[in-house]
Design a protein around this ligand. Structure first.
Ligand code: NAD
Length: 473
């Protein structure tokens, strides 16, 4: 753990394992209540001087961290593949995406502008200033173990906030490596603190109740996000919530079904389906269904599962046994209720795969609203296909979910695509585009997918308060 500029190790530890083979790859300290208090105290003390730094000083440190991160790209990516299981190429992409937030917010820190506002009274002047919210408590998930850290820390630091980070217990080594990057960049002691815990509720409770924490930023499941949001609301804390999703993808009758199947197979099986923006219901017009399913099935069947260090493997393990059981139970439920299996549908146990939690890339067709997979987030390598016949109905079907994070449209008709873009109740919509994400673009969801946006110009606002000055002359 990294508290007040010091590395804290002398605690009881918990192991970190490689989900591809179950091997223990390290251990990290399990924080005590005193450690949580020490980290919040350090952040609170550091806040007094950090908020006085100029935007240019904060920008310089973020820029330095960006340079260090990129110089350590290969090493960070290898650690991520060992700890999280994703293929090395995907880890390299994630380190790059994670670094992008440092550069973006190094620049945005210099654009925290106030306003002058005309008054109705001749002898009055209004000005506003943007000020940092104060100490931030950040909780991050394991599926994108580095970029989810920088997507929160970079805007918080740029805004002038100090923070305490608690990473997911499955991927604390990536968080430790990021703490080293920030230390190497020269951030003052106490500005960034990292605590690791096998009991996340203990830390969550402190973040929601300690009066020195002014803002909670959380990425993870909707269930936990709702609990934390309720606790934080009781103490009037600012929150950002990046939660679960259940993305629809619509292949309209004018789309090229082969091109759509190619794109959707790439985004569906990315990170073995363990992504909040992963398509979870693929609606295909009946005229396109045969060609679409043939291409999607062929592509899914070709994907190779295994160690992320072996070139050619694109399907990594699921994070643990519980995740695998959840995926399989959704598949079995769908099959029992009449879905048809086009490929996959079982755990993979050949050779070394038996040591990890591998599930075959799966394509299901004939998926209906009665099936669990139609409503519940899968977080695994399963593509559920729903065949539809009416374009107006399909927009209502796509919106019929408690979630509102990502959606995808395939259409070659501008009017169809634009109408769908306007009708869909989701925060992020890919139109013939399977990667509508960037440090420059706002990321976040509607409904039960959360509150607030990360990245983009909006991302820094999450860490700022507006202060009004009314001057009577
Ligand atoms: P999770 O909610 O179990 O865990 C996420 C984080 O919350 C971890 O750090 C965990 O230790 C912590 N946590 C768990 N219980 C807690 C508690 N009671 N109090 C405080 N902290 C607690 O989620 P997960 O299964 O690890 O992550 C997958 C989920 O995250 C999926 O639902 C996915 O959609 C979501 N996600 C969302 C985004 C987004 O930007 N919207 C991005 C990535 C993942």
């Amino acid at each position: 753990m990294y508290i007040n500029g010091h590395w804290v190790t002398e605690r009881s530890h918990f192991p970190v394992t490689n989900p591809a083979n179950g091997e223990v790859i390290g251990e990290v300290p399990d924080c005590t209540p005193e450690d949580i208090d020490a980290a919040i105290t350090a952040a609170s003390n550091a806040q007094k001087s950090w908020k006085q730094t100029t935007a240019y000083e904060r920008s310089g440190l973020l820029y330095r961290a960006w340079e260090i991160m990129l110089s350590r790209k290969q090493e960070l990516a290898e650690l991520m593949t060992r700890e999280q299981g994703k293929p090395l190429k995907a880890s390299l992409n994630e380190v790059q995406y994670g670094a992008d937030f440092l550069l973006w917010f190094a620049e945005e820190s210099k654009r925290i502008n106030g306003q002058t506002i005309p008054s109705a009274r001749g002898n009055q002047r209004f000005i506003t200033q943007k000020v940092p919210v104060g100490v931030v408590g950040a909780i991050t998930p394991w599926n994108y173990p580095i970029s989810m850290i920088t997507r929160k820390l970079a805007p918080a630091l740029a805004a002038g906030c100090t923070l305490v980070l608690k990473p997911a217990e499955h991927t604390p080594l990536c968080a430790k490596a990021m703490a080293e990057v920030f230390e190497q960049a020269g951030f003052p002691a106490g500005v960034i603190n990292v605590i690791t815990s096998r009991d996340p509720a203990l830390v969550g409770e402190a973040f929601c109740t300690d009066p020195r924490i002014r803002k909670l930023t959380f990425t993870g499941s909707t269930a936990v996000g709702k609990q934390l949001n309720a606790r934080a609301a009781a103490n009037m804390k600012r929150v950002s919530m990046e939660l679960g999703g259940h993305a629809p993808a619509i292949v309209f009758p004018d789309a090229d079904p082969v091109h759509a199947a190619k794109g959707l197979s790439l985004v569906k099986f990315l990170n073995t389906g363990q992504a909040c923006i992963s398509p979870n219901r693929i609606f295909v017009h009946k005229d396109q269904a045969e060609a679409f399913l043939a291409e999607l099935t062929a592509r899914a069947a070709r994907l190779k599962a295994g160690s992320g260090f072996e070139a050619g493997n694109s399907i990594g393990p699921l994070i643990n046994e519980a995740a695998l059981q959840k995926v399989d139970s959704q598949v079995q439920d769908a099959l029992a209720k009449g879905a048809t299996l086009h490929t996959g549908g079982q755990r993979l146990t050949d050779g070394e795969l038996a040591e990890g939690c591998f599930y075959a890339p799966t394509v299901l067709a004939g998926v209906t609203p009665e099936m669990k997979i139609y409503r519940e987030e899968t977080f695994g390598p399963v593509a559920p296909v729903v065949i539809y016949s009416d374009d107006d109905d399909v927009l209502a079907m796509a919106n019929d979910t408690e979630y509102g994070l990502a959606a995808y449209i395939y259409s070659n008709d501008l009017s169809t695509a634009f109408k769908a873009f306007e009708a869909l109740e989701f925060g992020i919509i890919g139109i013939n585009d399977i990667n509508p994400t960037s440090a420059a673009a706002p990321f976040g969801g509607m409904k039960n997918s959360g509150l607030g946006r990360e990245g983009a110009q909006e991302g820094i606002e999450e860490y700022l308060e507006t202060k009004l000055g009314g001057f009577a002359l």
